[in-house]
Design a protein around this ligand. Structure first.
Ligand SMILES: Cc1cc2nc3c(=O)[nH]c(=O)nc-3n(C[C@H](O)[C@H](O)[C@H](O)COP(=O)(O)OP(=O)(O)OC[C@H]3O[C@@H](n4cnc5c(N)ncnc54)[C@H](O)[C@@H]3O)c2cc1C
Length: 387
């Protein structure tokens, strides 16, 4: 696939940074259980690498200070990043997707305020998931109008970079319709009184990224903190950001699968048992063939969905299918790659151990496999999706 010269340049930047990022990843792994290190978050260093190399504004439109890359151009860079470091991938993925909400639904004042700041490196995040109930319409965080302001109460968790982000797109229930609760999206600036954050325990992979629990007690926001229409927050989140973000998770799965295949192939060429490299054994070649075929199929699906998105088509079904395929394929490929490394692959001596753990986050980000199936099933059953 032909990439633009800008995309090629960023791909080379990431490839050039790989040794530094690998070294940083090792330090993050070592520090993650160290409370003192967590108070001086490693994610800050990862974040500085992202900003310092301009990787946070690849897709942001040029009029707001970004590079304006299409998804077809941006994804190869994201994939490369995903194959190096999971936390870095989370920062890049978030920064290159999150601007879409304000860009599409913001007032002129909201755009003028937030988009140039995002170009400068202010990160923003998305607050939907809750500890006490399901997501989507099931959330219980509520916002009640009080004259010109809204009063918000509730709890969120698993919110990535909630304490370092300059703003959270916060989803709160504001009413009811025939389908259940209706939600509204609020732009919640960092430091707003009434919001407290506590860290979650260290995650299995993607170390260096932080995820917090947020408690909102009588948080007051002005009317102009509402993004888009009142009671339209769920559709705004789904169509404004989640579809392309789900595709980004599939692209991340592709990057991890490709790197895992490369690592397994390299290892199999070098590891000698019974006098021959294991790569010469038929059983090992069958495994490599299955990993390569899976990765190729995922790549084709992701490239097709990117092209559709760049043409302005709805990718509701395609994004969910790609995410579903992505987690199933990266699961199979990282598992196979780990097994091909033998027992030593289960230790931190080999990169595959970290990639295996990093990949597991993809099961949850932007919704589980079951939720993707519900989206695809409903699109197929209603005739919105035909192949
Ligand atoms: C690394 C990481 C980063 C994240 N970052 C963010 C973030 O920045 N912002 C944010 O808002 N969230 C974030 N999340 C949360 C993530 O989006 C959710 O974990 C995910 O959507 C699943 O929701 P849940 O955890 O509430 O699971 P639950 O809804 O409790 O689901 C538990 C299980 O039940 C199944 N299930 C639940 N309901 C149904 C149903 N109706 N039908 C069939 N099966 C069902 C699920 O598929 C799952 O297998 C993050 C999660 C992780 C792991």
């Amino acid at each position: 696939m032909e990439l633009s010269s800008t995309a090629r340049r960023y791909l080379e930047i990431v490839q050039g940074l790989a040794p530094e990022l690998e070294e940083l990843s090792d330090r993050v792994e070592a520090e993650v259980h160290d409370i003192a290190a967590r108070e001086d978050p490693v994610s800050q260093r990862i974040y500085e690498l992202v900003i310092g190399n301009d990787l946070h504004r690849l897709t942001l439109p040029r009029e707001w200070g970004g590079q304006g890359l299409s998804t077809a151009d941006y994804f190869p860079v994201l994939e490369e990043v995903a194959g190096i470091n999971g936390a870095l991938r989370m920062v890049v993925h978030g920064a290159n997707g999150m601007w879409r909400l304000v860009d599409q639904y913001g007032t002129d004042a909201q755009k003028q305020h937030w988009l140039p700041r995002m170009a400068e490196g202010d990160t923003v995040t998305f607050g939907l998931t809750e500890p006490d109930n399901g997501t989507g319409r099931d959330i219980s965080t509520s916002a009640v109008r009080d004259g010109d302001t809204w009063i918000i109460n509730g709890r969120k968790w698993l919110i990535s970079f909630a304490t370092s982000a300059k703003m959270i797109h916060l989803l709160a229930a504001t009413g009811n319709d025939e389908r259940g609760r209706t939600l509204t999206c609020f732009l919640l600036p960092q430091g707003t009184p009434g919001v407290t954050a506590e860290p979650l325990p260290p995650t299995m992979g993607c170390r260096g990224a932080s995820h917090e629990i947020l408690t909102l007690e009588d948080v007051r926001l002005p009317q102009d903190a509402v993004l888009g229409e009142v009671d339209a927050g769920l559709d705004l989140g789904l169509r404004g950001f989640l579809d392309v973000s789900r595709l980004g998770i599939a692209g991340s799965a592709l990057g991890i699968a490709r790197r895992s295949l490369a690592l397994a192939t390299e290892f199999a060429r070098q590891r000698v048992t019974f006098g021959r490299p294991i790569a010469t054994r038929q059983a090992v070649r069958l495994a490599l063939a299955e990993m390569a075929s899976d990765t190729y199929a995922l790549q084709a699906a992701v490239r097709d969905a990117c092209a559709r998105f760049d043409r302005g088509e709805s990718i509701e079904g395609e994004a969910a299918m790609c995410k579903l395929l992505g987690i199933e394929i990266v699961g199979r490929v990282t598992d196979r790659a780990l097994r091909l490394h033998g027992g030593i692959g289960y230790t931190e001596a080999h990169r595959i151990e970290r990639l295996y753990r990093d990949a597991r986050a993809l099961w949850f980000e932007e919704g589980t496999a079951e939720i993707q199936k519900l989206v695809v099933g409903s699109a197929v059953a209603s005739g919105r999706l035909t192949l």
